[in-house]
Each structure stands twice: as C-alpha cells, then as structure tokens.
Design a protein around this ligand. Structure first.
Ligand code: SIN
Length: 544
C-alpha cells in the first residue's frame, strides 16, 4: 500500500552543505534530512586537510580569491568565488560558535588558530581539527547542532529513489529504505515545497578513488533525469596522493603532508617536481597528479615497479604522529610510519568540480530543485578546485541555497499518482549489477581518467553504453534495489563525464587531453552544459 506525507523542505545528503542548509531552513519550516547510511558517512566526514578561510580582513580575502581563480585555470565564475571568500569567515566563525573546535597553539584551547598550507595557496590559511580529522569535526558539530533543533528530522539508511515533476516543478520525492535487509522497500512519496540536493560527488564512478562507497552521484543523476542541467562534468579532480598498496583502499594522504614539508620522490629517489612546476610539491593539484602519473609510468617503462613516494623523513620540528594522527594510525596498520618510511602514493579520483548547474543561490533550472556542495556546480572551482575550498563551499552555498528556498516560498502541490513499488532483484541479478558497476568503474579509470584522448573516450562511451543497456533491462521489468539505483546513477554520471570530456577539445585544469594538450581560451574559456532541454547526448559551451 502506498504511503504519503509532506515536509516543507527535504534535504538529500548529510554532509557539510546539507547540514548547514538544514539549520538555515529550520528557522522557518520543517526539514527532513535523508542520508543513505548513518549520519557522518559522507565525503565531508573523510576530509582531512582542513578548511581554507581568510579570517584576516580584505587583503587576506583578496589573496584567497586570487589563489582560487588561478587554481581554476581561467574559468572560475568570479562572483561565486567572491561570495566564497567574503562569506567564508562569517560561516566559519558561526560554526565555531555552534561547537566546532579547530586546532590552536598551546594546550589551553584559547591560543591562536593554527593554519597550514596546501597546494597553490600563497600562504598558510587552512584551519584544521584534531590534526587531520577536520571533516569529521565539522560533521560532528553540525550534526549535534542540527539534532538539537526541534524542526529537523533525520532519516538514516534512507535513499531518494525518485523525483516527481509536475509542470516543470519538483513537487515530491520518493524515499525508500537503503538498508540491505529492509523489511519494507515500499517508497514513501513525500510532498515538498522544495528539495535540496546536497548528496556530494561520484568518486565511485572510478575504480581508484579516495571517496567512500556512498559517493555514487545519486543526486546528480536524479536531477538530470528530472530535467536539470549539469555543468562542467568533464572536470574530475584526481588527488595526487592516495596510498598505493596492493589490496588496500586508496586512502587519502592529505595535501597538508606536503604543506608541512613532504617531498615527492620517484623510484630512483629523485625529488622530481622541479621538472614540472616552480611551486614544486605545492603546485596545483592537477599538475602534481599528472607529474606523479608520468613518473610512475617512466619507472614502469624502465622495468621497475610504478612507485612514487611521499617522503617526510627529513621533516623536523613537528611531531608527525601528533599532527597527523589519523593518517599515522592507518599507515601503522600497514606497517608504515611517516617519520621512518617512504610512503607509496598514486593519484585517485577525489572531487567533482561539475554537477547540477545552479545560480549563486543554489537554484537549478527546475523550480523547486536546489543544489549545494559537491553535487552542485556554481562555477566556483572552475576547472580545478583549490585545496580545502570544498568544506567552505558547503558552508557558504548550503546557507545560500537554504535562504533562496525560504525566499522562494513555493506552495505544496498534490501528487496525483502513488510511488511505484519495485520488484526485488534476485541474487543473480544483484550479482549482475555488481559486475556492471565494476566494469564501468574500470572503464572510466582506463578511458576517462587523468589522461584522456578521443579514441579512449569513445571506448569509455561504448563501455558505459553496455552498462546502461544491462541496467535498462532490469528497470523495464520494474525491478528496484539500492545497488540498482546506484548503478544507474553511476552510469548516468559517467555518460555526462564522457560526453563533456569528448566535447572539450583542449586541456584545462583537471581535464587533460593527450590529443589537445594546450589550453584554448578562444573556444573554451567557457563552461560546458549537459542535458540542456533534456538532450542527453549534447554538450553546449557558454560563458558565465
Ligand atoms: C586533503 O587533505 O588533501 C584533501 C583536502 C581537499 O580535498 O581539499
């Protein structure tokens, strides 16, 4: 039997952007925050390095703006970056009032805030918490603050399985259990005034990623399916230094390690970054990632293993284990020690600069549908995000999106159809879905990764098509499960990435084409738009 209910504002995702928005929305309405696993299981939680913020006034803000513009390689949407750096300090100050604790000098808790440096920052401006657990602290404090609010409810282990569009407006969302052994998988159709997608990125579209398993691009895919435009989907940031040990997940080794002095060395022990960029290990992320890939390849060609290492053995004056407790503990489980060992690293998919196209207030092209954080694309990061700007983005644009949802004050509209009840997949079908996901992830890594070219991208599209065909068959039969939804999301995100990457015949920021290795400002100092007018194979470019 179908169920239905209503809530003023539904927020999909409980990372920094979703939680910050929920707190704002609760000033004037009832809010339901839906998250696919337990609270805290988000990209936000795993963010290590910190939150970049200019707390020292106008000159400091202007430098932060410059660094953000430079890292974005010519296509940062300036008004978005201006909003980020100007509103960031207030958002961070408020976060501290709500209970977030950042690391400070001394042991008394009232010393000056400690700041570290990361790639492409002109000075140390990155606040951190518990050494290398900044995301976890931000998530903890926002969850605690939001939980205490009587108008915010949380639905954990719950997914949004569909959006209901009427007359070009989102009027409801179907939500269903995301737990494997759910007693009842009947979706609940919830009427909403408006819905915020803050469900993060899609690192799982690549075989090698620093992202947790939940990062499957669900919100981006649902939005596109409902008719929302996506922007800049070709720009996937590859973090240069994920741990590279066989059989071990690509654990993030924060850029703050290099901010505190780590060198990169190749197989021969050479500190090689001077051959790639004057900022050496603190060059922009895309440059460092490609340099590591190139050094790894060079070693393989000469017959050696593809190893590139982070080296902190020379770093004195800080207690590495105290400064990086989470990283040290993870490495220790694998017999490695920052102070003693070379740490093998390789790039891994980390952050999507593109996403649901929104204005500066989080509005998509569909009424009632808003987006913020990694799921959204305001153009604030351009072609390459400046390190540690993402937590700040979540705070600033989460609050902005919530304010426009309140200001737009859309009424409820009745949905006249119930949510469809899916048929569960058999064990064989679930296995088939897993195989389709695995093949897609490998194809995306091989064909649409760090170094791209026309022929490889076409191979990627062929693999994505195979995946989509396999999934379509199950969907036509009325089947449904969490993994099937995730597979469809990954396939549709991959489709957008591949088309946008094929269309951008230049190299810029995180998007590098072997066959078009130069930046082409005349043609491409622009943003790519995918899904315009529901046209799911066409990419158009426009200036913002
Ligand atoms: C890191 O700690 O290196 C990740 C920070 C970020 O993605 O900005």
């Amino acid at each position: 039997m179908e169920k239905s209910s209503q809530v003023d504002y539904l927020v999909m995702g409980a990372g920094v952007a979703g939680l910050r928005a929920a707190i704002e929305l609760a000033r004037h309405g009832e809010v339901l925050v839906v998250t696919k696993e337990s609270l805290g299981e988000s990209n936000t939680h795993y963010a290590q390095g910190g939150i970049a913020v200019a707390m020292e006034g106008d000159a400091d803000e202007s430098l932060h703006l410059d660094d953000t513009l430079k890292a974005g390689d010519g296509i940062v949407y300036r008004p978005a970056a201006e909003a980020l750096v100007a509103e960031g300090p207030q958002r961070v100050a408020e976060l501290m009032e709500w209970g977030a604790v950042f690391d400070r000098e001394g042991n008394t808790g009232d010393g000056a805030l400690l700041r570290t440096r990361e790639g492409a920052h002109s000075l140390p401006r990155i606040l951190h918490a518990n050494g290398d657990a900044t995301g976890a602290e931000i998530s903890r404090s926002l969850v605690a603050f939001a939980r205490a609010h009587p108008r915010i409810r949380f639905a954990e282990w719950t997914m949004v399985s569909g959006l209901v569009v009427a007359d070009g407006r989102i009027i409801a969302a179907d939500v269903a259990s995301a737990a494997a052994a759910a007693a009842d998988s009947t979706p609940d159709r919830i009427l909403v005034r408006s819905l915020l997608i803050a469900s993060g990125g899609a690192g799982q579209v690549y075989a090698e990623t620093t992202n947790p398993a939940v990062a499957t691009g669900d919100g981006i895919a649902l939005a596109a399916q409902a008719g929302a435009e996506l922007a800049d989907m070709e720009f996937y940031q590859f973090h240069p230094t994920a741990l590279s040990l066989p059989g071990v997940p690509r654990f993030l080794l924060s850029e703050a390690l290099r901010g505190e002095g780590a060198y990169l060395r190749n197989e021969s022990g050479e500190r090689f970054m001077d051959r790639y960029h004057p900022q050496l290990e603190l060059a922009p992320r895309d440059v460092v990632a490609r340099a590591i890939a190139a050094e790894g390849k060079a070693a393989a060609i000469s017959g050696g293993p593809r190893a590139v290492y982070l080296d902190m053995r020379h770093v004195t004056g800080i207690d590495l284990h105290r400064r990086f407790p989470g990283i040290s503990a993870f490495l220790a489980r694998h017999g490695l020690d920052l102070a003693r060992d070379l740490i093998p690293v390789r790039p891994a998919a980390h952050y999507l600069m593109g996403g649901i196209r929104t204005d500066l207030e989080g509005r998509s092209n569909l009424r009632g549908l808003y987006a913020a954080g990694e799921a959204a694309c305001t153009g604030v990061h351009g072609a390459n995000r400046l390190a540690s700007n993402s937590l700040l983005e979540g705070l600033v644009f989460g609050a902005r999106a919530a304010r426009s949802m309140l200001a737009d004050g859309l009424p409820f509209v009745d949905a006249d159809t119930p949510a469809a009840v899916p048929i569960p997949l058999s064990a064989d079908e679930e296995q088939r879905v897993e195989k389709l996901i695995a093949d897609l992830r490998t194809a995306m890594w091989d064909y649409a990764g760090l170094l791209r070219q026309h022929s490889l991208l076409l191979e990627g599209l062929a693999s994505q098509q195979e995946c989509a065909d396999g999934l379509r068959k199950l969907v036509r039969e009325g089947k449904g499960s969490r993994r099937l939804s995730e597979a469809r999301a990954l396939s549709s995100v991959a489709h957008a990435i591949l088309h946008a990457a094929l269309a951008r015949t230049e190299s810029r920021g995180a998007h590098f084409r072997n066959d078009f290795s130069q930046r082409d400002d005349e043609q491409f100092r622009k943003h790519s738009i995918f899904n315009r007018g529901g046209s799911a194979n066409k990419v158009v470019f426009e200036e913002w």
